[in-house]
Design a protein around this ligand. Structure first.
Ligand code: GLN
Length: 508
């Protein structure tokens, strides 16, 4: 297995996470050269609006520190010299952290969240903070105070959400990996729409300490990369017991990279065919999905029909629960502790004015909905019922896993849609989460990997989702790596980038 395609050798921004880390360790390239190459890619890709904040000088200084340590013979971490971006939901000391919201404008955290600390301890070099839907609420990265993120494959399309900035930056070779968060699909869906890999770990595999909370019982952090094996390496550096999060499991971290080499022989992949019925599923997505199943079958996997009887209740359940939790979590933004304050005649009036001015429309909608479902008169009818349906959804998965090792589906029912297309219709936006919310409701590990392109209209990437049993990222990674070994989809790059890296464009 080669780590770098021969035609990509000259361009450091095409290298994988593993190739970069290996090359820094062997002295083949310096962290400084890698960082400079990627900062230039950030300049070239500015029109995608993927970044909310860049920290070029910090990154250069960090790279120089790593190069000096290497020169002294010190061992670098597993991600030594590898650049990354963080979704701007991760708290970073001394670097503005906004959650994509005006209500946190100007907030510079006095501490680092555990995610940033772990990445730095592993030697990764932070280049900046990536755009997201406000407080991670959305599926298109259009719920932003500034410019919406563009899909690198077609700039008039959305990048997906809420981690659109992260997925676009990785797809466009601005960083080899990013950390993002997934409450109902926000790692996997933008990864699918941008043609990259997005991994949501089991709930509790990765800390939430230092991640701005949206819906605490659903939120998980994970990597967006260009290959399954890179996702495994980053997850290995990110996972593990956390002093700051009691829901983070206190178990040794499995060898996720090793899991990718297990092979697919003997593994059973479950498919819920009923979930593919209906006209919501795009025809090109359907074709690509069934082609991916054939790839898996050829790789030695046994396909098994399964049922997920409550899957069609997932979206409604998810939106009740996430709104309820969001309304509670976002109560802390009152203008007294963080961010700008709109001063009015009383404390109450100031809080009201601050929140009205600071939150965008989608966040206000969720706070209102969440407050409604939690009020005493409606609690049992909405929140209590949704909590019980959540259990049914989770039990469906456990029952299905008695018959299969991993469950496959499309990641998103449609490829990247046009910017502005769904803004007037929140329900259409929410229905795009139909395949992803189940894994969050049940706390299961899930990954999206590239599995093809649309054949009609503009050439847009399509994602295959694989969901594993609780704590069995290893099985999911084995199947995902098997698919990756048998296909070339993950080597495809957005069209403009081919132009940019051609000799005529002057790149080295
Ligand atoms: N699209 C979903 C929502 O809007 C999921 C978001 C997420 O995973 N953060 O809530």
């Amino acid at each position: 297995m080669t780590l770098i395609a021969a035609d990509d050798q000259a361009d450091l921004t095409s290298w994988s996470v593993r190739a970069l880390a290996t090359a820094v360790r062997s002295g083949e390239v310096t962290a400084t050269a890698i960082v400079e190459a990627h900062l230039a890619a950030l300049d070239r890709g500015a029109e995608l609006h993927a970044w909310l904040c860049r920290v070029d000088e910090r990154a250069r200084a960090h790279a120089a520190t790593l190069d000096a340590a290497h020169a002294r013979g010190e061992a670098l971490g597993v991600l030594g010299g590898v650049p990354l971006g963080l979704k701007d939901l991760f708290v970073t000391e001394g670097i503005p952290t906004t959650a994509g919201s005006c209500i946190l404008a100007g907030w510079i955290p006095p501490y680092d969240g555990e995610h940033n600390t772990r990445m730095r301890d592993a030697g990764a070099v932070l280049l900046g903070k990536l755009s997201l839907d406000e407080f991670a609420m959305g599926s298109s990265n259009e719920n932003v105070p500034g410019e919406a993120v563009r899909n690198p494959w077609a700039h008039d399309r959305v990048a997906g959400g809420s981690s659109g900035g992260a997925a676009a930056a990785v797809a466009a070779r601005m960083v080899p990996f990013a950390l993002a968060t997934d409450t109902g699909g926000s790692i996997r869906q933008p990864a699918a729409l941008c043609g990259v890999v997005g991994l949501k770990p089991s709930y509790g595999r990765v800390t939430r300490a230092g991640m701005i909370a949206f819906a605490s019982s659903l939120d998980q952090a994970g990597p967006i990369t260009r290959s399954v094996r890179d996702a495994a390496v980053v997850l290995g550096a990110l996972a593990g017991p956390s002093p700051g999060d009691a829901t983070c499991v206190n178990e040794p971290v499995p060898d996720f990279a090793q899991a990718c080499e297990r092979g697919t022989q003997g593994l059973r992949v479950g498919v819920c065919r009923r979930a593919l019925d209906g006209d919501g599923l795009d025809q090109d997505v359907r074709v690509a999905f069934f082609a991916a199943l054939e790839v898996l079958r050829d790789a030695g996997v046994t396909l098994v029909d399964i049922e997920l009887p409550h899957a069609d209740l997932g979206v409604a359940t998810y939106y009740v629960l996430c709104a309820a939790e969001a309304s509670s979590n976002l109560a802390r933004y009152d203008g007294m502790r963080y961010g700008p304050r709109v001063t009015a005649s009383s404390v109450e009036a100031s809080v009201e004015a601050t929140r009205s001015a600071g939150f965008g429309a989608e966040v206000r909608r969720r706070i209102l909905l969440g407050t409604f479902v939690l009020r005493k008169a409606g609690y049992e009818a909405y929140y209590g019922r949704a909590a019980r349906v959540r259990r049914l959804v989770a039990d469906d998965y456990l029952e299905a896993f008695a018959h299969c090792d991993v469950i496959a589906s499309p990641t998103a029912p449609q490829p990247a849609f046009g910017r502005g297309e769904r803004n007037a219709d929140p329900l259409a936006m929410y229905l795009g989460d139909v395949f992803t919310v189940g894994a969050n409701l049940a706390g299961l590990p899930a990954i999206s990997i590239p599995c093809g392109f649309t054949r009609s209209g503009p050439r847009l990437p399509i994602g295959l989702q694989l969901v594993g049993p609780p704590w069995r990222e290893d099985l999911m990674l084995a199947v995902a790596a098997g698919h990756e070994d048998a296909t070339r989809w993950h080597h495809e790059r957005p069209p403009r980038l081919i132009d940019e890296t051609s000799p005529a464009a002057g790149s080295s």
